[in-house]
Structure formats: C-alpha cells, structure tokens
Write a protein that binds this ligand. Structure first.
Ligand code: CP
Length: 301
C-alpha cells in the first residue's frame, strides 16, 4: 500500500470493520497465543513516534517479528549508502514486507518495481501518508458508520501535508467532502472538489470534523513561505483554541495527526475539549495497522 490505487470503498470499509473488531477484542488477546509467521523490516528514514510504534505493535500482535531501522545510525547509510541501495540489499534478505517512511527523494513507486517485497507506505515526503488518512477516517467511521457527504476541514499548513494528499485520494473513494482554511502561503492549488474558507469561523461552521495540521518548518524550503510565516499572526488567525472552536458544531470532531506544536496550530486546552479525538486517533492507528498486516497475511495463506 503506497497509495489507495488498489482499494475500493468496500475494501476500506471491510478494513474499518476488522479494525473495530480487533479493538473490541483487545482484552481477550494474549501475545503468547500468537504464532510467529515471519519477519518484517520497518525502515524509518525520517523520525516517527506514532506510526512507528503502532506498526511495530501491529506486527508483534500479528505474529510478524519487526526489525526496525530508525534513522541511519549504525547502518551503512552513515558510510554514504543510499536509501534505495539499503532497500535493495534488505530485499535480498526476503522479509515478508517493508514498512517505509522516507523523504520524497526515495521514489517508492519506482522502488516497488525493482524489488519482490511488498511495501507499506508509512509517510512518504509530501506525497502521502495513507495509513494516517485511513485511521482518521476510521475514527470518523466509528462514530458515523459512513463517511458519505461528511465535511472534513483541514486548517493550517496544507501545502506541505502528506496527510492531506492521502485524504484527497481517500475522500474520492469514500465520498466525504474536503475543505481548506489556510493562509495563501500554506494553501496549494485547489480543484473545484475542495471548499476554501478565508476565515476559521466560516470553515468551522461548515465542518463536521476539523483537523489542525502541524506547521512543518522542516519542509519550508521556499523562501517566500519562510518570509510570510509569522507565528503570532498565524496563531491569531488560524490557531484552534476554545474561543475559535465555539464555531464548531457541538457534536463535531477535532483531530490533529501529531506531533503538535502547542501555541501555534493548536492550544493545549483543546485536548480537554470533549470533541477532541487526538489520542483516540493514536489508539485507532494501532488497530487499523494491525488489520492491514493481518489482511496481508490472510492474502498470503
Ligand atoms: N502522525 C504521525 O505520522 O506521527 P509520527 O510522525 O509520530 O509517526
């Protein structure tokens, strides 16, 4: 799973139902009952906490032993070996699958044609983060049973967000609507399928769920973006706080994929809002990723 090109609505909803079954059965489960089926390589060329630990847990809980590369320390990346050569060499060791987080420069689609081991995308540059979009959607599905025609507003650094890239794909499959609210320097080109809001109040009034995005300074290579961004101005106009969130429906949802820049895109007080599902996303992420791993193993047996 590098993107959603091989999934349809039924496959996605089946995945959601399997994830929620795993969640319901969490307490009836013992690791000692799990048969080991093989080894997976988790290659995190970029930092991660949520995705890495939930995929590691998902593998362990599914009988797949995870071996993790976290950054280049202690590997031949330090001697100048490329990420691509690293994957080509590890492919020769015949793991069951790779889970890869990497910058844009490693082309996962090209790479998948050069190796025999399947790849799960755990966050690829600006291009996509499919399991994050899926776990967001799972959390909304858990409440609504269907995503069709629901309105999902993204606020903030949309231009540099791989999460939004994946949501654009997933929304076309599951039928939810996407809105953007961002300063122009954080807003990518929009198509007519996207609602655009200049101010946070009108965006929040429209939305069934709102997702604040991290300001991704590490991806602000564009000098115009660096010059235009000012924390205080941004926080006043686009930050989520208890005052701005009065415009969101009383039964709306508040999301953030994490990690959070408190005092920039979101104030800490928001986590105490009963509409916040920030940590529920992390919890659901493990069950979603476990369902993905088990789906893969069932397909092989
Ligand atoms: N949301 C997310 O991908 O978090 P990590 O970078 O910690 O994995």
């Amino acid at each position: 799973m590098i993107d959603f090109s091989q999934l349809n609505t039924k496959a996605i909803y089946d995945l959601f139902k399997a994830s929620l079954t795993l969640k319901r059965n969490f307490n009836n489960y013992s690791l000692s009952q799990v048969q080991v089926k093989g080894i997976a390589y988790l290659l995190f060329f970029e930092p991660s906490t949520r995705t890495r630990f939930s995929f590691e847990s998902a593998c362990a809980r599914s009988g797949v032993h995870p071996i993790v590369l976290a950054g280049g320390n202690g590997t031949s990346l330090e001697k100048g070996e490329t990420m691509e050569d690293t994957v080509l060499n590890l492919d020769a060791l015949r793991p069951l699958f790779f889970i890869i987080r990497c910058p844009d420069e490693l082309n996962l689609l090209d790479l998948s044609k050069k190796i025999s081991t399947p790849i799960f995308n755990a966050g690829w540059g600006w291009k996509g983060h499919p399991t994050q979009a899926l776990l967001d959607a799972l959390t909304l599905f858990e409440r609504w049973d269907s995503l069709a025609d629901k309105k999902f507003l993204f606020v903030g650094d949309i231009k540099h967000s791989r999460v939004v890239s994946s949501h654009l794909e997933l929304a076309r499959i599951c039928g939810y609507k996407i809105g953007y609210c961002a300063p122009d320097y954080f807003r990518p080109k929009v198509t007519n399928e996207i609602e655009v809001f200049e101010d946070i109040e009108s965006g929040l009034k429209w939305a069934d769920a709102v997702c604040a995005l991290r300001v991704q300074k590490e991806r602000h290579f564009d000098l115009d973006v660096q010059k235009a961004f000012n924390v205080e101005t941004y926080r006043k106009k686009f930050g989520l706080n208890q005052a701005s969130l009065q415009s969101l429906k009383s039964n709306g949802w508040i999301l953030h994929p994490g990690p959070i820049n408190y005092g920039v895109e979101l104030e800490k007080e928001v986590l105490n809002d009963p509409r916040s599902v920030v940590l529920k996303l992390v919890e659901n992420g493990m069950f979603l990723r476990q369902a993905i791993v088990q789906n893969f193993l069932n397909g092989k047996s």
